[in-house]
Write a protein that binds this ligand. Structure first.
Ligand code: ADP
Ligand code: ZN
Ligand code: ZN
Length: 680
């Protein structure tokens, strides 16, 4: 029988989890030991027995096998939360192809040398408005619990009955915007509290606002912990320690809150399940939905996903019965109805002489709302629409010398590269032909603000984008001013679309619905549909009915048509047809493999070799596309090439990933390149 070695960390909360020691696994323990197991090992020169965690198992000795010590025994005691998280890290490493170290660091809070502090972190927000930790007691006592309506009640009852019976199928709640999903979560959390269980609630970072968090504080007070990206490492660590000691029952946070060390985890809820932000951008490049599914299974916990526009992945699982599907078809607040939507064809506006970003219909409605003192939100999809500068004489656009993208005009004064930060003053003449006729194209939020001011000089306007929210608390300041009625119009990017409840808004204008349709991504129609539905969902949240105006150059596109009709099912059917035809996820599984390097020829050469060997070993049942240059081929003087691998069987795809990874690193050339794996 082969000798096996276990990689062991002695102190998992130590700053340096890189300190991994190898031990031989005694034959009699081979069956029992796996990642996460707690074992006793002889440690140091005195061979004092210490407890450690197994983080990995291999057949390869890292140094002279005769000098490797043997594991003494399995440690007493049952599965702890640490064991579970290490096991999860190991699973993530296998699944997504990172190192064990990267996976451990993602999953386990690392102690940073910080002074012990008593201050409990509650919610850091706008200076001057920040309530201290204690001041939540005030609103806590007032419980504004609405009675659940029939639709909501049915979901909660069925979920709770199933849970008590030990049924743990994941649930998907497909509920239109404002249908009261949050109230359903709250009732489910109550049920968990009564059972002595703990809950993790994931919310996209962007929607993790003071408003949202307050809603939960009002109901659960001190039993809640919040984790958001503005916390320092020390504050994060404190939060997680409190969770581990059982001082909290509920963790609300973005993606990484999934790794809260709750001993009695009972339920994971993922709100706005379709959000792209649930996928990590650094290794391990995990998707929170997939990890949550695995973690829930390991912990015997429930999993609830909610969305007005479910991802195709989630909805297809619901259709095939893997998830249990619940629907909320009506708005929850009495009198509130979904906004009426109108689609405006921008081609006709142009043909009839209106060159403004605001269609005539939108202008008319804006005027009406301003007259009545009602609020307006204008949404500008930023991606691909920020203004670049080109020459009217020779037609060339001014590009970044290090990246394959056009520079973006800021404040009419400087040109900036959004990929590498390169910045130059706005030139007075074309660098190619010397002509003075340089002009900005495309429209950013700034330009929209300017034009709105020209059109409605009396209106009070707020703008929310990267420029206006970069300061700490900038976000909250703008949202809170708008919600207090201190402005008539809020102009913004994707940021204003998510999760905000402004009852005073009766008009939403989506200025250029189709820009996101041109993104080089098979999910672009899905993303566009989601954005449009969520954006229209901002109108008419109060008692007065709302209108959403969708401006587009392609009103006939199914993504736009179905969004205007708020018809998820039809969109799903058409989009699924497209995915099936093209063999894209969720019909099959897709691995994106990217190789990047400064040496363009070497990058291409290695990519070709990878393609050839994948085709040779897995070709008969695997579709390989490319290699092709990445949509933005050069960034920061680094060239990037992409290979797509499609497979119906996820396990084979993971095998392909391992196969490529195992052969990587063996040559000199690999060290001059980087490789990245991305499952979608
Ligand atoms: P979602 O999360 O689906 O967007 P919310 O839970 O935020 O919906 O609910 C939208 C609005 O409806 C909120 O203002 C909420 O207080 C209110 N609401 C939710 N459930 C009820 C109910 N059963 N009765 C009355 N109002 C409700
Ligand atoms: Zn020119
Ligand atoms: Zn650049």
């Amino acid at each position: 029988m082969a000798v096996k070695y276990a990689s062991i960390i002695i102190d998992i909360s130590h700053e340096n989890v890189d300190r991994i020691f190898q031990y031989r696994i005694p034959q009699k323990m081979l069956e029992e030991i796996r990642a996460g197991s707690q074992v006793c090992v002889p440690f140091g020169s005195g061979n004092r027995i210490r407890k450690g965690y197994v983080v990995d198992i291999t057949e390869k000795a890292e140094f002279d096998p005769s000098r490797i010590k043997e594991i003494t025994s399995l440690a007493e005691g049952s599965v702890t939360v640490d064991t579970r998280l290490i096991e999860l890290a190991w699973w993530m490493k296998e699944q997504y192809g990172s190192t064990m170290n990267q996976a451990l660091k993602t999953v386990i809070p690392v102690k940073k040398r910080v002074k012990a502090r008593n201050k409990k972190v509650v919610w850091s927000m706008v200076e001057g408005e920040a309530p201290g930790a204690g001041s939540f007691h005030g609103p806590c006592s007032i419980k504004e619990e609405p009675c659940l309506n029939q639709e909501q009640k049915r979901i909660v009852e069925e979920f709770c009955q199933d849970y008590d019976k030990g049924i743990r199928n994941p649930c998907l709640i497909h509920g239109i915007t404002g249908s009261g999903k949050t109230e359903v979560y709250i009732a489910m959390i109550r049920h968990m509290q009564e059972r002595g269980k703990q809950v993790i609630l994931l919310i996209p970072e962007i929607a993790l606002t003071y408003q949202t968090v307050m809603r939960f504080y009002k109901r659960f007070g001190e039993r809640i912990s919040v984790m958001h990206s503005r916390l320092s490492a020390g504050e994060r660590y404190d939060q997680l320690e409190r969770a581990k000691r059982g001082e909290t029952d509920i963790m609300i946070g973005a993606r990484s809150a999934l790794f809260t060390p709750f001993e009695r985890l009972g339920l994971i809820i993922i709100d706005e399940e379709h959000e792209g932000a649930y996928q990590s951008e650094s290794a391990p490049r995990y998707h929170a939905r997939e990890v949550a599914e695995h973690l829930a299974e390991m912990s015997d916990a429930g999993l609830v996903l909610g969305s007005a526009t479910p991802s195709l992945e989630a909805f297809s699982k619901a259709e095939s019965g893997i998830y249990k599907l619940f629907s909320l078809k009506n708005r929850a607040s009495t009198g509130s109805v979904l906004a009426a939507t109108e689609v405006v064809d921008l081609r006709r506006e142009m043909a009839e002489g209106n060159k403004s970003v605001f269609s005539r219909r939108l202008q008319e409605l804006m005027k009406d709302r301003l007259g009545k003192g009602e609020q307006i939100m204008l949404f500008m999809n930023r991606r691909g629409y920020s203004s670049f500068v080109s020459c009217r004489s020779c037609g060339k656009a001014i590009k970044c010398p290090h990246c394959d993208v056009s520079l973006t005009l800021h404040n009419n004064r400087s040109l900036v590269c959004h990929y590498c930060g390169y910045r130059i003053p706005m030139p007075t003449a074309c660098p190619f032909c010397g002509s003075e006729y340089l002009a900005g194209f495309g429209i950013g939020t700034q330009k929209v603000e300017e034009m709105a001011r020209q059109l409605f000089p009396g209106a009070r306007i707020l703008r929310m984008d990267l420029d206006t929210t970069s300061k700490k608390g900038g976000h909250e300041k703008i949202l809170s001013a708008f919600s207090k009625g201190k402005a008539d119009i809020l102009i913004g990017t994707q940021m204003i679309v998510k999760g905000h409840d402004f009852p005073g808004v009766t008009l939403v204008g989506i200025l250029a619905a189709d820009v996101s349709l041109y993104a080089p991504d098979f999910r672009c129609a899905e993303r566009t549909f989601q954005l449009l539905v969520q954006a229209s969902g901002r109108a008419g949240r109060g008692e007065k009915p709302g209108i959403a105006v969708i401006q587009t150059y392609i009103p006939e596109h199914y993504g736009i048509r179905t969004a205007a009709e708020q018809d998820y099912r039809t969109f799903y059917r058409l989009e699924m047809g497209y995915r099936k035809m093209m063999n894209y996820p969720p019909t099959c599984h897709l691995l994106k493999l990217q190789v990047a390097g400064e040496d363009e020829a070497l990058t291409g050469y290695m990519m070709d070799r990878i393609r050839d060997s994948v085709v040779r070993h897995f070709g008969s049942c695997t579709e390989v596309i490319g290699p092709n240059p990445a949509p933005v081929y050069k960034v920061n003087d680094i060239y990037r090439k992409i290979l797509y691998i499609k497979q119906g069987n996820y396990d084979i795809l993971i095998r392909i990933r391992k196969y490529v990874q195992d052969r990587w690193d063996e040559t000199e050339d690999c060290r001059r390149l980087t490789i990245q794996f991305d499952f979608s």
